[in-house]
Structures are given as structure tokens and as C-alpha cells.
Design a protein around this ligand. Sequence first.
Ligand code: SF4
Length: 437
Amino acid sequence: MSSVNATIQLLTREQAESAALSRAAGQSTCSTELASGPWEYDAAEAARGVPAYGPGASSADIAPASTPRQGEIPAEYKQASDAELDRRILAAKEALGDRAVILGHFYQRDEVVKYADFVGDSFQLANAALTRPEAEAIIFCGVHFMAETADILSTDRQAVILPNLAAGCSMADMADIDSVQDCWEQLEEIYGTAPDADGRLPVIPVTYMNSSAALKAFCGEHGGIVCTSSNAATVLEWAFERGQRVLFFPDQHLGRNTAKAMGVPLEHMPLWNPRKDLGGNSEATLEEAEVILWQGFCSVHKRFTVAQIEKARQDHPGVTVIVHPECPMEVVDAADSAGSTDHIRKAVAAATEPTTFAIGTEINMVNRLAAEYPQHTIFCLDPVICPCSTMYRIHPAYLAWVLEELVQGRVVNQIVVDDAVQQGARVALERMLAARP
Ligand code: SF4
């Protein structure tokens, strides 16, 4: 199977030559800009002076002014052929040996993942790095919050490197520390700060792993906790044992899908819009709230719809539909199951008979599963090729650049979380690790 990148190049060329041809093939990409090297976008962004997420699923989201930007990389990397980049990356990897470990997220493009020593979700990768204490450099081919988590969990002598600093996460950026602090103060005015007769605090903050280190630290300092998409229900139970209600950020969908499955009524899950007073709610609504959901979402998973599921069922009778819990509630309800990337992988691996799977998660992971399990028919629910924009900013050219700089003894694009933030974030992460179902 050709990679997403190769397919985009092909489709885009076809579109240029004959738009009708690719339309007839029923294929399209979400942006023709995906066919260019991300450095063109990095340079355009620098010239505009305004950060943006770039082509891909998050392209319509507004990047905050504080979003990191990637400076120019030397022309030799941008001009290198795929074969030359391959040769240089492998040579640098060999020269570095155990001094460097490369981590590749499930959603990363194949052209980068093929160099990874470990492939997994963000938390699996941060933990995988712990198994390589001898590595001086951890090259995280994922997005910014993942590199931050790796820095928190790694030792002081290890440097975590993000090959393209513009590889952020639009969902993580939807909750910033100032807005969360402002929300917290408003909630304190309504609920006070005293525990109830059972010793439960008025609100417990819960942040999804896909958030900045500052928000993880906020949770650590305010009796809260971190969750992943694998353990969100366990973490919510932990939080309800200690609090009367939960403030869940940044992903409303993971919060809603998890709490709904635990029996929390939808009318007790108000949405918090950080641009409005009381998040756009009345005091009465907040008094009734059990889970206050931050108004954030993932632009990749927001693309999945009930209509896509209906079409998959119509075209492939007996299809098994599995979606990620970052998808909207209606999509999760219409699917056969919902769960983390790990859940999706395990569900496919567990099928003993040839099975047709329609999967609602990022296209690179779906295509990799299809290649890994040729006995099954596996396809993405979304027929349009639209990768995670920010993950797509990492290209072999950036990987070659950071590795060759390391060979020369220079660390570029290091992600450093300051000590105070690390301390608070570690508390919230440790609570998560200790939480038991
Ligand atoms: S897939 Fe969604 S949540 Fe994951 S990095 Fe991309 S934008 Fe963020």
C-alpha cells in the first residue's frame, strides 16, 4: 500500500493534469498544499508573522499567537531527494547509535515512522523512552505536548527534540492556562472552595494527555489528574471519589463520551466557552453540573460523521465500525465500539476471521493497520485523505536536520519544560498512574 504522502502527491498531480480523473476515482485530498514540503508553509508563516496550523484537518482552526513557529532549515535538506534523505538519516542514526532514540506517533506519516525505534500513542512513547536511559537525545516525531510529556518523564541529562517546532496540536491549544485559571476563579465564586460533608472538593480538574504541560501542572496543583483516551473512565471515577464535579479539558468529546457511558445525564454536562462569562452558562446550570466540558475538539476526529457510518454499513454489510472517543457523541453512539488507538489496534488484532473494519481515526494509522493485517479489509470512514495538520509538519528533511546536528554535537529544537511546571505536572501524571479501575 502506498503511503498517505505518496497518495497525496499522486492525487495532486492527477488533479493538476485532470481534475475529472481524480473525481471519477472518488478520491480527493483535503488540501492540495499537502503535496508541498512543510518548509514552504513554515516560511510563508514566518513571512506573514501569524501562526497557523497549515494544510490538513486543522487548517480552519485559529492558532494562538503563542504557537511555536519553525525557522528555516538549511536548503540542502529541503532540496534533498527522498533517497538522499533516507541515506543521511540512516547514516546519522548509525553514527549516534544508542545516544539517540526516535519515537514515532501512530498518526505520523510512514516516511518518518519507518525510522522510529518505537511506534505508539503519546503516553506509550513517553514510557518507551524511559527504557532507553542511555539515550542523550529523544527525538519525538509527534506533536508539542507529547514532547513536553517526554521531557517531564525523562532524566535531566536527556534532551527531547521536536523535529519541527510548528508541530503543535490544535486541540491542546484550545485550552490555555490563562483561560483555565479564569474559568477556575469563576467556578470558585459559585461553588466556594470548602469540601462537602464527605470531604469531596467542589470541583476536580481533569486534563486529557493532549494538553500543555502548564495545564497538567494546574491539575497537579489543584487536586486534579491527567487522563488518556484509554483510562478516561477510571480517571473520572477517581475524580468523583474526591470531588462533587469535574472540570474536563480540553476535549469535550472524550469528556462527554466517557461521562455518558458512566451514566452522567447530558443535561448535567454543560459546555464551557472560554470567551464567555460563566462559559456561556447560567449559575443554575453550573449548580447542576456534574462534568463541565471545555469547548475543545480534535479537528481530525471531528470530521467523522454518522452519514459516513451509514454509508459504510450500506456498502459493506457486516462491517465492524470502530471509532476514537475524540469523535462526536452521535458518531460514537452509531459505531460498534469506540476506544483509544490501542483499543482499535487490539480489536483488529483480535479478529480471527477475515473481517471488514471501517475505522474512525487518523488516516496514517488506518493505512498502517490495513498494511499490517492484509487478511482483513480495513478502510478509513472518511473517504477524503486529510491527515493531522500538525503531525504532517514533520517531514524526513526535518528529521535528517536534527539528527545530523546531533552528530555534530549540536542540539536543535529542544523542548524544555521548566522545573516548577514539571513538578506539578508530574503530580497529576503520578495520580493517573496510581488510579485503578
Ligand atoms: S490528531 Fe487531533 S488531538 Fe491528535 S495531535 Fe492531531 S489535532 Fe491534536
